[in-house]
Design a binder for this molecule. Structure first.
Ligand SMILES: [Zn+2]
Length: 152
């Protein structure tokens, strides 16, 4: 009788240790899955913007309007505050497509520094800062427009 219970007890202990190891491993699964989901989301964002749509470059008028707005709003990247103009006053930033790469309208693009523009391929630009830029740009364009009208 004893010779049967001892191996059985050892087997039960081994099984219990195995289950404990498995439980410790499984504790990391939710965090790992969350990290994978985040990475997949970022890839989908990048794919959605760059592969499923044909990229369009903003026309000269849109680019100029953004450069003028950036200059009038202090000349800094709306996301990281880096200077968007060199010492000669030349725009050294980029025009970021914050909606789709195929959407090059003025409402769908904005000036940023190169580093921020590249970082937005991995994760989208903060929406609040996009909206704040366009709010200020429209107000500014309105001011420029009425100044031109009163001058004429
Ligand atoms: Zn920046």
């Amino acid at each position: 009788m004893r010779f049967l219970t001892r191996p059985l007890a050892r087997a039960v202990n081994r099984a219990a240790a195995g289950i404990e190891r498995l439980e410790r491993t499984l504790e990391h699964v939710p965090a790992t899955l969350a990290a994978i989901a985040e990475r997949v989301g970022a890839i989908e964002h990048g794919v959605g913007k760059h592969l499923t749509h044909k990229r369009k470059t903003p026309n000269a008028a849109t680019r100029e309007a953004h450069i003028e707005a950036a200059r009038a709003l202090g000349g800094r990247c709306p996301f990281c505050d880096v200077d968007l103009f060199d010492e000669h006053g030349t725009f050294k930033g980029e025009v970021h497509h914050h909606d789709a790469a195929s959407d090059a309208r003025i409402e769908a693009t904005m000036p940023t520094c190169g580093d921020c523009n590249r970082s937005f391929n991995a994760s989208p630009a903060p929406r609040a800062l996009i909206e704040a830029y366009h709010f200020k740009r429209k107000r500014l364009n309105g001011a420029l427009f009425s100044r031109k009208r009163t001058a004429a």
